[in-house]
Design a binder for this molecule. Structure first.
Ligand code: HEM
Length: 501
């Protein structure tokens, strides 16, 4: 069995003998093992929806999978029946072997998860995230300066910028002194990206493979798992312990970690160790869950701007009108409808998590005359929802105008946030922080730089194909672009931006 929980279909739970949802034909025992998609599964599922309908069910070695293909299905299941569909499958590779268990995004639905999510929510809900706006503006301006110095390293600058703002907000620390941890976090999330979709590693299908030793031929995955596990334990503990030391010495800067530490009940009480662990984990998740997701979004934005120069020009024209020669601030946002539409389109065009993160059915259920077994792994295909041509005309084109009517955001067009940040009780709790990070970074780039495709040896622009990588988190495949200051005045604005913050 794949997961430690609920993988056996129990006949007595289906007293009405309802049929299972439709899906590809499987074989005895192995089920749909040979057709189980592991490469860009969202595209394969999208094809299956056209054959079997908007909800597909199949099994692989007894484990049931339900994939939901449109907004009605995800709403019915993840929102209206959220008490039954908020659990997570336990993946052997991710949870047991790579040591990702302390991250509540991957924890089972229950008290352990709820306590961490509540701590996290207290510091990331929409009414408090504006506390971090000054940090995010500083970071965006530092990003502009770094890109001016070395535009070819813009991807490293994105990582550095985001790490800087999250480190400051969560741990009150500067990225300069903590680059090692940023590197570790990057390496561990690479592991998460590759192992997070069910079926990515054979050990998920055959847990007995756990006992294979590292030195065994072909056991590279096992060596990798051990390395990721080691780095995870460093990331979980080191930054938290540093803040603890600083608090004792009276040198800690006020931040989320200090606020959380101050709220730990009396250190003599037996519960306090556990309370500390809950807070330590809630801080670490901010550092880990936010980085690569936001980085992928910003990189896709660069890719879109290089492919769609007219969109870029429109966005710059709007910024120029509103800013008249200064850099952006958060309170400019209501005056920037085209930029707001561009942000929405960035969340839709190349979703960072095309299948979100799989949920699991706690109990057997009956839905729409169909039977959903207990322990079914339930996947919302965010990619399909965000590329539904009925809702978004020409879905492969990057077109912010689809969200505008008479120069204002058209609220009748479906907001990509209904799928891009996941679903129901597990919806991304970092989305407000992320939205602000994307606004500040994208506006700071567009205000002062032009983004263009790289040139070939004959000085001709190289056409960029918007290809994305496989995995739980999907990133743009490498592409070349040039980032050039828009004018001498823009360059001066960037150089002086350090003096303004
Ligand atoms: C573009 C940026 C981001 C995207 C696209 C994104 C997307 C997602 C998705 C799809 C999920 C899974 C939801 C589900 O299970 O249905 C998720 C969960 C989560 N995200 Fe994000 N995220 C982003 C940024 C962030 C940031 C900046 C943070 C933290 C500061 C964060 C923290 C989390 C956490 C803690 C969870 C786990 C929630 C749970 O299981 O209860 N995310 N995110």
């Amino acid at each position: 069995a794949w997961f430690t929980h609920g993988c056996i279909q129990e006949r007595r739970e289906n007293p009405n003998s309802l049929p299972l949802p439709p899906g590809p034909k499987g074989y005895p025992i192995i089920g749909s093992f040979f057709s189980f998609p592991t490469y860009k599964a969202w595209l394969e599922y999208d094809k299956w929806f056209k054959i079997h309908g908007d909800m597909i069910y199949f099994t692989v070695f007894g484990q049931g999978f339900l994939v939901l293909g449109n907004i009605k299905r995800v709403y019915d299941i993840f929102e209206r029946r959220s008490s039954n569909y908020s659990d997570r499958p336990r993946l052997v590779m991710l949870n047991e072997m790579m040591g990702w268990d302390y991250i509540f995004g991957l924890q089972r639905y229950g008290t352990w998860w709820r306590r961490r999510r509540r701590q996290f929510h207290d510091h990331f809900h929409p009414n408090v995230v504006n506390r971090y706006h000054p940090i995010q503006i500083d970071a965006a301006r530092a990003f502009d300066r770094s890109v001016l110095e070395s535009p070819e390293r813009y991807k490293q600058h994105i990582r550095y910028t985001f790490a800087d703002s999250i480190l400051k907000a969560v741990y009150g620390m500067d990225v300069k002194e903590n680059e090692t941890y940023v590197g570790h976090a990057g390496t561990t999330t690479e592991g998460l990206a590759s192992a997070g979709n069910p079926g990515s590693f054979l050990v998920d299908v055959f847990p007995v493979m756990k006992i294979i030793p590292e030195w065994f031929p072909g056991a590279e995955w096992k060596r990798k798992a051990n390395e990721w596990r080691y780095l995870n334990s460093i990331v979980a503990n080191s930054l938290w312990n540093s803040v603890k030391e600083q608090m004792k010495a009276g040198t800690a800067k006020p931040c989320i970690a200090t606020a959380m530490m101050a709220s730990i009940p009396d250190s003599e009480s037996p519960a306090s160790k556990e309370e500390e662990l809950v807070r330590r984990d809630a801080c670490a998740v901010g550092f880990l869950a936010g980085a690569d997701t936001t980085i992928s979004s910003v990189t896709s934005f660069f890719m879109a701007m290089a492919i769609y120069p007219d969109v870029q020009k429109k966005a710059q024209a709007e910024l120029d009108r509103v800013l008249s020669g200064r850099l952006p601030e958060f309170n400019d946002r209501p005056s920037l409808p085209y930029i707001n539409a561009l942000l929405k389109e960035s969340g839709r065009w190349q979703p960072v998590a095309p299948l979100a993160i799989a949920h699991m059915a706690t109990n057997a259920d009956e839905y729409d005359g169909l039977y959903i077994p207990k322990g079914t792994c339930v996947i919302g295909n965010a990619w399909s929802i965000l590329h539904d041509p009925e809702i978004y005309e020409d879905p492969f084109i990057f077109n912010p105008d689809r969200f505008l009517k008479n120069g204002e955001i058209d609220s009748s067009v479906q907001d990509p946030n209904v799928a891009s940040f996941g679903f129901g009780r597990r919806i991304c709790p970092g989305r407000f922080f992320s939205d602000a990070a994307l606004f500040s970074t994208m506006t700071h780039v567009l205000a002062v730089f032009d983004i263009k495709p790289s040139l070939d040896d004959n000085g001709k622009e190289i056409k960029i194909k918007p290809n994305m990588t496989n995995g739980l988190l999907s990133y743009p495949e490498p592409f070349g672009c040039r980032i050039i200051p828009r004018s001498k005045e823009a360059e001066r604005l960037i150089r002086n931006s350090g003096l303004m913050t």
